[in-house]
Design a protein around this ligand. Structure first.
Ligand SMILES: CC(C)(COP(=O)(O)OP(=O)(O)OC[C@H]1O[C@@H](n2cnc3c(N)ncnc32)[C@H](O)[C@@H]1OP(=O)(O)O)[C@@H](O)C(=O)NCCC(=O)NCCS
Length: 153
């Protein structure tokens, strides 16, 4: 898919040249951020990797893995100063559209139980909590569970 224009925000495929800007945001908003290698591997693997740009600056991004009959949101992030303006919801909705267009039957994602804002977004978008993956994420205290959420498409 090509770049999509939405008011002042541009949605376009992520490029390797975006990784430095993405990492700066990643380190700002996550205690346990993805590495440059995680993003480069996602690009190399051909995952659906997108950025949201405003005025030439990356303000949000995400990674969607499309598999056979199902899709998986691997990363969904909005820069700290841009949160709570609808960008996270619009990127998630966009990922759902991409998954539908690829004839995915279901879309999944994991979320930390402590991430109340993301859980609220996913629940209001229609995702249901399916089960808990124990000790899935690194955490300051060792590990934190992940809630696997899914949405039938
Ligand atoms: C989670 C995240 C992607 C949401 O994106 P966003 O652009 O900030 O959220 P939106 O403005 O689209 O909000 C959509 C809904 O999410 C929920 N939400 C978002 N931020 C919230 C907050 N701080 N507190 C409570 N609910 C929140 C609300 O239900 C909101 O709907 P409302 O504004 O109508 O009440 C973004 O906050 C983020 O990048 N957080 C840090 C990284 C992260 O946790 N990513 C998800 C990993 S699973």
């Amino acid at each position: 898919m090509s770049a999509v224009l939405s008011e002042a925000l541009v949605y376009r495929p992520m490029a390797a040249a975006d990784v430095d800007a993405i990492l700066a945001i990643e380190c700002e908003i996550y205690a346990h951020p993805w590495t440059a290698g995680n993003f480069r591997d996602s690009l190399q693997a051909g995952y659906s990797c997108w950025v949201i740009e405003s005025g030439g600056f990356v303000v949000g991004y995400g990674v969607l893995m499309i598999g056979v009959n199902e899709a998986h949101v691997l990363n969904l992030s909005v820069a700290a100063g841009w949160q709570r303006r609808g960008l996270g919801r619009s990127l998630l909705t966009y990922f759902i559209e991409i998954a539908r267009s690829c004839e995915s039957q279901r879309i999944f994602l994991e979320v930390r139980p402590s991430n109340r804002s993301a859980r609220a977004l996913y629940a209001e978008t229609g995702f249901r909590e399916l089960y808990v993956r124990r000790n899935y994420y690194p955490a300051d205290s060792g590990h934190e569970d992940a809630i696997l959420m899914g949405l039938d498409l």
